[in-house]
Design a protein around this ligand. Structure first.
Ligand code: BGC
Length: 788
């Protein structure tokens, strides 16, 4: 049965399948090859252009990953096409202009596994969307005389293998460059002994790509290359990136070189991948992958640059290279969605600059067609991660279409009953069809379905993501309400055999990840993890999402009855949370930093207890030796909650804290990206979990909004306030942000006691500056200077 697009899909430019005469062609494999033995195939066809060509374009896509060549030239500069998507439902089609047609032409598609059948996720499961790769391409030629011709994939094409003997997005790429035959890319090659593909029909809807493509965005020259043993040389790029290495010297023909990519070195100075191998129930510790192998053809000037894989790495172990390598022999190639940069921050304080830079890098490393958790271990589009980070990301890059594309997969991944997958596009862990279905639909994760669209509206003033997700968000809230009403956590049943009235709005049934990764809390016991009662986290999210539905409903002009419904849900969930978690002495149970931060940020604290909650939060921070104790979900709100409630000084103390757990603790241990755990590298230099997870970096919004002081008070910064928050160590700060109206720049400096603020505002905006002396000033279009 053929799929249909979701009614509010952003893919409004869906192709009418009839518009394409091309047929899907599948590579026939007698059996599904073993991992690391799955070649990148060549699909080829020759054709003549009898007349003079005026213009041509090609439209192409794949169930797998493809690169398209015409007469030996790669068409387009996109990477990893057609990208990460729910291949069972919607597959993006790329359109490229073609300018190199001649009388006799050869079209070649290199076809590998890509997201379609590479291993993905913590469990490293392959074949997430199918077992056999296929491609579709349609070349449309317009001749000078106005006539047209179409050349497209069909069963008459030929299929052979290529020099890429395997290509897996996580495991790595193997090449035997001796197998390269340039002639196969040109017309006149005899491919009669190659096999034919099989024409197949594909149910997924073909959609026009609208999100920015993945490209190579930067090249990095290594800082050092060290030989650590007879066979091993270790390369340090000085920066943890997502992408691959270009190796410029391959040695004599037949030289076999291995490149192992990792984020950290072990005690012997070699790359280790140990910290990236999770211990999983029933599975053990799957290999981390990230290993490329190349056999040299000995051709002068030849180089190796794998493009059917990507890795998260700073260090590379180069094994068995015959010569002593220097930084001139290799280049790190940074690969990610090519998004427009829109936000900058810089100050006199190197610590803050580091924090900003490391977070921007983590973001870049994790925007690989979809927002991922990390570019290494899982490479998965975890909903919670983008729920946390999207508002920060939206300041730094234009992530509107990037987010809308991903949300389209979140929406189609939603289960009939409203449950939202933890991961989109789905993999083994994120799918409702697979054996891990029960760990999905976690609060704080599924809430991305409303939190992310709202963040897009606030940043860009664009209502489309909200329109596209509103119905799905309604289903999500109904799911939470239904679970709250119909199910009780076994622990609560034991504690209170007869349910209290408020429990109807208490969301306590698994599965929820909870606050997740608070310092000192062990999350490795899967038994506990899968059964714990997390109503203290889930209920607040139901509350906040209901409030966000009221805001979204107003923006979209929904009837008052709808708004009223969500107001009531917000009220009832708040009441349930208060009844359940506020103790008789007016504190919270659990009595954790995260719980107070969430209560204060989500507006759950009763007025009369507000100050008490703030004071208790301060006490808990002090009791931890002025260290934060928050995990995944509340870390972004900790400093704002303190600053907004009279404890700006403490917020700064935490920001500048440099013993773990802290942000600067990562800097002291050499991080160039933000870690998943507060102690991603312990005092002995041993690494744990991913070293490239952006979520904790969401704190840099504090740099933009509090330290630089730029806050939008109307969507897209149509109205804004600039109110810098001062600290003795900070003497100058500037931030720039490109809004829908143009660039806003804020720069302030403190010279002795003289404070100067410069704000540049674009046409269409209006702003207000509040200086440290409390004086208020109107910001006019153009450049404004204020002093005090
Ligand atoms: C991922 C996270 C994700 C989490 C769920 C981890 O393995 O890397 O970023 O959100 O699981 O708690």
């Amino acid at each position: 049965m053929s799929q249909t697009l979701h009614p509010h899909s952003p893919y409004s430019l869906a192709f009418n399948a009839n518009e394409l005469s091309a047929r899907w062609i599948k590579v026939v494999e007698s059996e599904v090859p073993e991992l690391e033995h799955r070649p990148v195939y060549q699909l080829r066809f020759e054709f003549a252009c009898a007349k003079k060509v005026k213009s041509a374009r090609v439209r192409a896509t794949a169930q797998g990953q493809y690169q398209l060549f015409i007469n030996g030239v790669k068409i387009g500069d996109e990477e990893l096409t057609p990208g990460s998507t729910d291949y069972g439902v919607q597959i993006a089609v790329q359109t490229f202009p073609v300018a190199n047609l001649v009388d006799k032409n050869a079209i070649v598609i290199l076809l590998g596994d890509g997201w379609f059948r590479s291993v993905m996720g913590a469990f490293k499961q392959p074949n997430n969307f199918g077992t056999h790769v296929a491609a579709l391409a349609q070349l449309e030629i317009t001749y000078e005389d106005g006539s047209t011709e179409v050349v497209s994939t069909n069963k008459n094409w030929r299929v052979g293998t290529s020099h890429i003997t395997s290509g897996d997005l996580i495991l790595g790429q193997n090449e035997d460059r001796r197998l390269i035959n340039i002639a196969t890319y040109k017309a006149g090659f005899d491919d009669s002994n190659w096999v034919h593909p099989e024409e197949i029909s594909v149910d997924a809807v073909l959609v026009a790509q609208f999100a920015p493509p993945v490209r190579r965005t930067e090249e990095i020259v290594p800082v050092t290359v060290k030989r650590i043993s007879k066979d091993v040389q270790v390369v340090d790029l000085g920066q943890n990136i997502n992408g691959w290495m270009r190796l410029l010297d391959l040695g004599p023909s037949g030289t076999e070189i291995t490149l192992i990519h990792g984020e950290v070195l072990d005690a012997s100075g070699d790359v280790t991948l140990d910290h990236l191998r999770l211990d999983l129930p029933g599975i053990g510790r799957p290999d981390a992958g990230q290993i490329d192998k190349v056999i040299s053809a000995g051709t002068p000037g030849d180089f190796f640059e794998p493009q059917f894989t990507t890795h998260g790495f700073q260090y590379i172990s180069v094994i068995d290279h015959p010569k002593d390598l220097t930084p001139k022999d290799l280049i790190g190639v940074v690969v990610h969605s090519d998004l427009k940069k829109t936000g900058w921050f810089e100050s006199n304080d190197a610590r803050l600059n580091w924090l900003h830079e490391a977070t921007v890098w983590s973001l870049r490393d994790n925007m690989c067609d979809v927002p991922t958790d990390c570019p290494t271990r899982e490479r998965a589009g975890w909903t919670g991660d983008w729920q946390i980070f999207a508002p920060t990301a939206a300041y730094l890059f234009d992530v509107n279409d990037f987010s809308r594309k991903w949300l389209a997969d979140v929406v189609v991944g939603q289960r009939e009953d409203g449950a939202v997958p933890n991961i989109a596009p789905p993999d083994f862990t994120g799918s409702f069809k697979g054996p891990m279905a029960h760990i999905n639909a976690s609060a704080g994760w599924g809430d991305a379905i409303i939190a992310v669209p709202l963040a897009m509206y606030e940043e860009y003033g664009d209502t489309r993501a909200l329109e596209e997700c509103f119905d799905a968000a309604e289903k999500w809230i109904n799911f939470g309400l239904h679970r709250s009403k119909t199910q009780r956590h076994p622990d609560r049943e034991k504690l209170r055999p007869v349910a209290a009235a408020h429990e109807e709005f208490l969301w306590d049934t698994p599965y929820h990840w909870g606050e997740w990764l608070e310092p000192g809390v062990d999350t490795t016991d899967f038994g506990v993890l899968l059964t714990a009662d997390r109503a203290d986290v889930a209920t607040p999210y139901l509350h906040r999402s209901a409030k966000q539905m009221v805001i979204a409903g107003k923006i979209l002009g929904k009837p008052e009855s709808v708004l009223e419904h969500y107001r009531k849900v917000a009220e009832n969930t708040k009441n349930a949370w208060q009844k359940e978690f506020i103790t008789s002495d007016g504190l919270l149970n659990p009595d954790t930093q995260a719980h107070y931060v969430r209560a204060l940020d989500f507006g759950l604290a009763p007025d009369e207890l507000h100050t008490k909650f703030v004071n208790r939060l301060v006490e808990l921070v002090r009791a931890a030796g002025t260290h934060l104790g928050t995990g995944f979900l509340t870390t972004p709100y900790l400093l704002p909650v303190l600053a907004d409630n009279g404890h700006l000084d403490l917020a700064f103390e935490l920001l500048f804290q440099d013993t773990p757990p802290s942000w600067l603790g990562m800097r002291n241990r050499g991080a160039t990206t933000v870690w998943e755990l507060w102690e991603g590298i312990d005092k002995d230099g041993k690494a744990f979990a991913s070293l490239n997870h952006y979520s904790k970096g969401a704190v840099i919004s504090f740099l933009h909004r509090y330290i630089a002081g730029l806050v939008a008070t109307k969507p897209a910064y149509q109205e804004f306030v600039v109110q810098p928050k001062m600290h003795t160590d900070i003497t100058h700060v500037n931030t720039r942000h490109i809004t829908k109206y143009g660039e806003i720049s804020v720069a302030w400096k403190l010279d002795g006691k003289a404070f100067t603020l410069k704000v540049t505002a674009p046409q269409g905006t209006s702003g207000k500056a509040i200086l440290p002396d409390g004086s208020e000033h109107v910001i006019k279009v153009g450049t404004n200077t204020f002093t005090c």
